[in-house]
Ligand binder design. Structure first.
Ligand SMILES: C[C@H](O)CC(=O)SCCNC(=O)CCNC(=O)[C@H](O)C(C)(C)COP(=O)(O)OP(=O)(O)OC[C@H]1O[C@@H](n2cnc3c(N)ncnc32)[C@H](O)[C@@H]1OP(=O)(O)O
Length: 724
């Protein structure tokens, strides 16, 4: 067990070094906060101590307040578990301390970690140390005085940028901004910090309490103007989250009534926000994302990931070129194979455009872009495959073609090579049927655009080896994806769970609900766009192919609508040809196209499902529920069949793969917040009114009637059915 402690060591120079130790990130757990208080009190009491330096063990200052405590508060509802750090420790004990206090910061100072440093009288940092206040990503605001002290050190605009957008900065920028007082090599950090503390004690350096500063705030009128703009922006970018506006209010309080008043308001608002649903959801997402790294019988059996230096990507279409881009951006060599030189040129051009796009957005330097592009090589045959460590096949969804490719690569690649397919639909056992290497076959399901979307769904069969899964998880992390390991079934975990999403929307349209209203209701719920705009974006070919695949796999619960075919017949293909449910004109937002309405009416006539031939009357909330509860229902089947290791994996996959709002915690977490019983009884009612598509699954029924959350671990009978 790693040691959780705060130590105090007094040197001959009269400087006390107080060190936080709580590996791996020195999180400020309750015993650490208690320890800090004790050690500061001791240092003040002792006559042999002239000055104090605060630091973190293991070259990491602190990753902030212990997020496990939030989780405990959420579970118990007991807010008294939150200690009084802001006034008791940071203001009274640290900032108002009678002896000077210097923070020696290395690695990272995030959240409460940075706030402790801000409470010190000076900050000395090692190069490339990360400073940030990411609390808003957890649904709260900085709670140890960060909303007050950061603006006073770096100026209001920069502080708002760092807090509201949760943007961290490095010590090099921090030095320019005045956040830190000196930037020194790591090996000199403690020495310089000790001297600095003594200099303050002896009046050679200023003794600054950040909370009392006003020089960087500007005039009240200027500050109000900056806050007004920040408020407007937050209303647009974070409409369903309370912490953004609350944070601006708290900053304003300090500017109008002084820093101490701001600290008091911050503490009050912080506690209110900890108890809000948004924080519950976002803290769940934080831990859910980290849990995906723990895969039973893969990551806990002592295996070590092998080094993947070179990867072959087969197919230079949209997916293949995106995957290749993601790999080269992380310094992995890529051989991109196509069937002819024209397709190959096109693939390489797409990769170049992807990389150039990142330069235009300022995410990559020109120099790095050149180096990145030199890591990809085109190929028309398998001669460059003899030393690749992994192949990712990304050709069209054709079983015979994939089978042919897999039997060829089995011969062309070395025996250790991982054989991955990017299929989003086809059974992996079919893909590998004609090979003898079924232990090396695995799904690497990227989401489009592959160099941007953060999810990597790793699909395993019963035969895929643990080593291969671990290697792919490691590559996924290297290329900055979040890998989620899932079992093999139609649509795997993510597309399978979400197949009812567009179906539910189509039922509503055929029941007479306005398409544009449906899209608006779903966007207000928090998805980036509604199901019809999404269909426009993907193109109707995709909608038809996916619809067929799921109606073949799950004929008992598919709703057949002629609408997409009617749209295609009328010459529409969504955004591709500028004509869909919306009109697409260059430079302007998509506009609802009224000429689509007669086509919809034709579909309504053909399906004839409106009760009494009249459109149903429905609230916006019911629209959201009729679309998302069937998704929850399918998620229940996915859980029941053990397609995912744990329910929270489906939450993170829905957030990162389908852009389900993170502040609702993911699809299963949201359903549990809404109440399984409400989901179940609504689906039951709709199944009686509108048919089998809505019929509640056995898993949902069982959990709802027995009062067990959908996210609770599987029972032993479910575990024995697992596909993992
Ligand atoms: C009152 C205050 O204002 C409120 C606060 O301070 S709220 C906290 C603010 N701080 C944050 O949001 C930082 C959260 N942490 C992170 O972003 C990242 O963990 C990091 C950048 C510090 C390190 O990233 P990385 O090296 O990739 O390691 P990562 O896998 O994320 O974390 C390592 C372990 O530390 C844990 N951890 C990280 N930060 C933690 C924290 N603040 N509290 C508790 N545990 C934490 C993770 O859960 C993980 O545990 P596990 O190994 O059991 O899964």
């Amino acid at each position: 067990m790693a040691e959780v402690s705060v130590t105090l060591e007094v040197g001959y120079d009269g400087v006390a070094i107080i060190t936080i130790s709580n590996p791996p990130v020195n999180a400020l757990a309750i015993p650490i906060i208690r320890g800090l208080k004790e050690k500061f009190d001791e240092a003040v009491r002792r006559n042999d101590v002239q000055a104090i330096v605060l630091t973190g063990k293991g070259r990491r200052f602190s990753g902030g307040f212990d997020i496990n405590v939030f989780e405990k508060v959420h579970r118990t509802g007991d807010i008294s578990l939150m200690p009084d750090v802001s006034v008791d420790l940071v203001v009274n004990t640290m900032e108002d301390c009678k002896k000077p206090l210097v923070a020696a910061v290395e690695g990272l100072a995030l959240g409460g970690g940075l706030e402790l440093a801000l409470g010190c009288h000076a900050r000395i940092a090692a190069p490339r140390t990360q400073f940030g206040l990411p609390e808003l990503t957890l649904g709260v605001i900085p709670g140890f005085g960060g909303t007050q002290r950061l603006p006073r050190l770096v100026g209001l605009s920069k502080a708002i940028d760092m807090i509201l957008l949760s943007k961290s900065i490095l010590s090099e920028e921090g030095k320019k901004l005045g956040l830190i007082d000196a930037l020194v090599p790591s090996e000199e950090l403690l020495k310089v910090s000790r001297l600095w503390a003594l200099d303050i004690a002896n009046g050679r350096k200023p003794w600054i309490r950040s909370l009392h500063r006003t020089d960087k705030i500007g005039s009240l009128a200027e500050a109000r103007h900056i806050l007004k703009i920040a408020r407007e922006q937050a209303r647009k970018t974070a409409p369903n989250m309370p912490q953004h506006q609350a944070c601006i209010d708290v900053i304003e309080e300090g500017i109008v009534h002084g820093g101490y008043s701001g600290v008091l308001k911050e503490a009050k608002v912080f506690k209110e926000l900890v108890l809000a649903d948004t924080s519950k959801a976002l803290v769940h997402v934080f831990f859910a994302q980290r849990a995906t790294s723990k895969v039973p019988n893969v990551t806990d059996i002592g295996l070590r990931p092998r080094h993947v230096k070179k990867v072959a990507v087969i197919g230079g279409g949209l997916m293949g070129s995106g995957i290749a881009t993601a790999l080269i951006l992380s310094n992995i060599y890529v051989v991109l194979k196509e069937v002819n030189s024209e397709y190959l040129r096109k693939g390489i051009r797409t990769i170049e455009a992807n990389v150039r796009g990142l330069v235009t957005k300022g995410k990559l330097t020109q120099d790095k872009a050149g180096k990145t592009l030199s890591m990809v090589k085109g190929a028309l045959d398998y001669s460059d495959f003899k030393d690749v460590d992994m192949v990712i096949e990304a050709v069209i969804e054709s079983v015979p073609l994939k089978q042919k490719i897999f039997s060829e690569i089995e011969k062309a690649c070395p025996a250790h090579c991982i054989l991955a397919t990017n299929t989003s639909t086809i059974d992996l056992n079919l893909v590998g049927e004609k090979t003898r290497s079924q232990d090396r076959i695995v799904g690497a399901h990227f989401f489009s655009p592959a160099h941007v979307m953060p999810l990597l769904e790793i699909v395993r069969t019963k035969k895929t080896s643990a080593q291969v899964i671990l290697d792919l998880m490691t590559v996924g992390k290297i290329i900055k994806k979040v890998p989620v390991v899932v079992g093999n079934c139609t649509g795997f975990a993510v597309n399978r769970t979400f197949f009812p999403y567009s179906q539910g929307a189509h039922i509503l349209v055929n029941l007479g609900v306005d398409v544009f209203r449906i899209d608006r209701a779903i966007s207000s719920f928090g998805l980036p766009m509604g199901p019809f705009q999404l269909q426009d974006l993907a193109g109707y070919g995709v909608a038809l192919a996916v619809g067929k695949e799921f109606s073949d796999a799950f004929p008992d619960r598919t709703f057949k609508t002629p609408l997409v075919e009617l749209l295609v017949k009328s010459g529409r293909n969504g955004k591709n040809n500028g004509k869909g449910y919306y009109i697409y004109e260059k430079g302007s937002k998509p506009k609802p196209d009224p000429s689509v309405l007669p086509i919809i009416e034709e579909s309504q006539r053909l399906t004839n499902i409106m009760p009494g031939g009249k459109p149903i009357s429905i609230t916006d909330q019911e629209i959201v529920e009729m679309i998302l509860f069937p998704v929850v229902n399918e998620a229940c089947r996915v859980l029941d069949e053990g397609v995912v290791v744990r329910a929270s994996d489906l939450d993170i996959a829905s957030v990162l793969g389908m852009s389900f709002p993170s502040y609702r915690g993911g699809i299963v977490f949201w359903a549990d917040a809404v109440g399984p019983n409400h989901v179940y009884s609504s689906l039951k009612k709709w199944s009686e009114l509108y048919g089998n598509f809505f019929r509640p699954s056995r898993f949902l029924e069982e959990r709802a009637t027995r009062g067990i959350p959908l996210g609770a671990p599987a029972s032993s009978s479910q575990a024995s059915r697992s596909r993992l």
